[in-house]
Design a binder for this molecule. Sequence first.
Ligand SMILES: [Ca+2]
Ligand SMILES: [Ca+2]
Length: 479
Amino acid sequence: MRIPVKSTLAATAAASLALVPGAAGPGGADWPMWGGTPGRNMVGAMSGAPTRWNVKTKENIKWVAPLGSHAYGNPVVSGGMVFVGTNNELVLDPRQAGDRGVLMALRESDGRFLWQHTSEKLATGAVNDWPQQGVASSPLVEGDRLYYVSNRAELICLDTQGFTDGENDGPLTAEIFKGPKDADVVWRFDMIARVGAFPHNLANSSPVSYGDLVYVSTSNGLDESHAKVPSPKAPTIVAVKKKTGELVWKDNAVGGRILHGQWSSPAVGKIGDTVHLVSGQGDGWVRGFEALTGEKLWEFDLNPKGAVWPKNRNEVVSTPIVVDNVVYLASGQDPEHGDGPGHLYAIDATKRGDITRTGRIWHYDKIRRSISTGALHDGILYYADFSGFLHALDAKTGKPFWVHDTLAAVWGSPYVVDGKVYLGNEDGNIVILQAGKEKKLIAEIDMGSSVYSTAVAANNTLYVVNRDHLFAIRGGAGQ
Ligand SMILES: [Ca+2]
Ligand SMILES: [Ca+2]
């Protein structure tokens, strides 16, 4: 069912919030996309965020939902539902068995399973669609429309009400599975068929929107030899109409210069008088585009001159954040490449052209390779690296206030809420530190298995995904 008023209000609220300079993020309300708002700044506004819970005894656990055996997708919360990507180890429907990517919808109040969208693996195998990895895209939800990228490199629009509204929403109405626990697909944009994308290992992009458009990265990359870009003319970014999936613009600034893959998700922010789509790209550069037209406005090289791939030249896996005309972004590499040197920048995105020199506000080189997204709150930028360090920097100067070693690899992102910084690691700990210029460790909480996701809050509940379960943790716990 289409609910125009509700959808329009939700979309307008989300867009205007993100475009207000200094907006901290959604209140104690929904968390409808990766980063909460189009600027992707990992900051929430819940009060009474929990600092004590126990996944074994269920102390302060509101509910637990089982996921597949791998859940790299981060949860989003909107309209009374929680949506999360995983793989098909649960086999919730025997007719949809085997290795598949799964996008699950759960009821926010108690975690009950509502419906799922599953996608079979690509026939080309691991080079394009790695076995057992499921869905790594975090959905974007606006009103009753959900957008995510499947393991088949399709940007898919779903009706959040599924078929329970008694209506098969279109243009797409030829779903195979149309039961009450199946997804109602509205449209599907196949990035392999439509723009020739060759996703390296897994398409993972988290959608972002502005106006009538929704944007994703194609994850176009190398072939299995790691020596050739088989589809050098395929775009990095596609912008399509929210209502129909019609292609409006695409960008291929990178061409054949992709180092490896393209797993950085785009951000949107108002910079000066212009709304920019900001994209970390496969040649290790970050670029800004006029959001409605795709016109390239600026580009910035995240690698030092003379750096050599893969020793000290990096790609970009992190999502850029846009705060007050400034883009903050670190370079990194595929987690399989392990530890190595990284670089973090604050970039003045009001400049035009090659702004590698003119747009550099500061450069921080005491960070290791990072795949995390930044969180900027109260003048402090929190940024984690894959080696397990959390850096708290002066956002104006890039000078460190403190660094904390979490002692295990970090895949997720620091999240600031209620004066605290939450960060998960591969050892399965959620580390909670006090936000501010002085380092203070509040708690380390064992989640039972690796945390590859980012803790996020919505409607007075904190959500954490470990390897195979989603935990909803009560607000006010441990205050
Ligand atoms: Ca429907
Ligand atoms: Ca449909």
